[in-house]
Design a protein around this ligand. Structure first.
Ligand code: IPE
Ligand code: IPE
Ligand code: MG
Length: 242
């Protein structure tokens, strides 16, 4: 295994938009679903690598609120891959515990099949005391949906007389979204050649460094992550200052 290069600064939180599975498969004359299968393997390896690097939080965009527009067969395959991932996470519980993985699911889990929802909740609860690396898996996640959900929670509090509208602050908002109490993503990586965020971390990405690469997700490697981290190391983050 390649040595971990030296980085002066590492992101505390990395967001990854796992894109390009379909095109990767098409390029090889394979069905799109093969791209998803290979993509799931890469997801596992990059998760482990982030843990080895000591990254505090890594968020993987696995399925968006818009991805329901895909053919039902493809959605079915994605759900089955998600099931496999959950089952494997359960099997590897001890190993994951040793590595210090905390797993969280962000997004509206209510629309997912019951078996997925309940196993996800169990794994989330059982790993909740782990502190080394938190892995957020974004499933049926949409940045706008997340903001609307928070707005509704505030509206309920105002209605109940617990809060006045002018008391609502940015900090309150940050505490009401899925990634509450986690740092915002310092860097968002999008493989697959598109230059957009596709509804990923709309609130949290305000000051994220964006990194785009043409490499399709199934071809993404630890080496590719190193390239992104090297680039991050070089960036000058000003946050509006000088
Ligand atoms: C990302 O790959 C996986 C999901 C969005 C679930 P795509 O399936 O979007 O692959 P392309 O963009 O069509 O190549
Ligand atoms: C973004 O990829 C969503 C995920 C990777 C889960 P898409 O392939 O859905 O994005 P668009 O449609 O190209 O914007
Ligand atoms: Mg895509």
């Amino acid at each position: 295994m390649a040595d971990i290069p030296h980085f002066t600064v590492l992101p505390r939180h990395i967001g990854i938009i796992m894109d390009g599975n379909g095109r990767w498969a098409k390029m090889r004359g394979l069905p799109r679903t093969e791209g998803h299968r290979k993509g799931a393997e890469v997801f596992r390896d990059i998760t482990t690598y982030c843990c080895e690097l000591g990254i505090e939080v890594v968020t993987f965009y696995a399925f968006s609120t818009e991805n329901w527009r895909r053919p039902p067969e493809e959605v079915g395959v994605l759900m089955n891959l998600f099931r496999d991932f959950l089952a494997e996470t359960q099997r590897r519980e001890q190993e994951n515990e040793k590595m210090g993985f905390r797993i969280r699911f962000i997004g509206d889990m209510n629309r997912l099949p019951e078996d997925i929802r309940s196993l996800a909740a169990v794994l989330e609860a059982r790993s909740s005391s782990q502190t080394h690396t938190t892995v957020n898996v974004a499933v049926n996640y949409g940045g706008r949906q997340e903001i609307v959900r928070a707005a509704r929670a505030f509206a309920e509090k105002v209605k109940a007389g617990e809060l006045t509208p002018d008391e609502i602050s940015e900090e309150d908002f940050s505490a009401e979204i899925y990634t509450a109490f986690q740092p915002d993503p310092d860097m968002i990586i999008r493989p697959g050649g598109e230059f957009r965020l596709s509804n990923f971390m709309t609130w949290q990405s305000a000051y994220s460094e964006l990194y785009f690469t043409d490499v399709y997700w199934p071809d993404f490697t630890r080496e590719e992550l190193n390239k992104a981290l090297t680039e991050f190391d070089r960036r000058n983050r000003r946050f509006g200052g000088i």
